[in-house]
Design a protein around this ligand. Sequence first.
Ligand SMILES: [Fe+2]
Length: 124
Amino acid sequence: MSIGNLYQTADWKGEKHVPAIDAPTTVKAGEEFEVAVQVGKEIEHPNTFEHHIVWVKLYYLPKDAKLPVEIGNYDFSAHGEAEALTSPKVVTKLKLNKCGKLISTSYCNIHGLWTSEVDITIEA
Ligand SMILES: [Fe+2]
């Protein structure tokens, strides 16, 4: 058994656990762009003490590379304490020089591991 087999995937428009990656499909080499990752973009995921998204991670896999680069890791720590509730969305900025994939993973405390990916094209 590999942990890779434990990651679930689906269309984020129909499954509330899939991390939806919002990034341009094409960017210029070395030019900063924004990437957002959101769980529950189309169908809201609960964020309660009993049921919530614990973390979201974002990776970059350059074309023809064997190993991904971790871009970021975000832990959602408040799940109703003092009535503080978060929505599982993170935004970062990024510069790339090579085409590849952006890959996101997320973890729901009840429904486990989820992943999605998008291709990104870098123009010279
Ligand atoms: Fe869930």
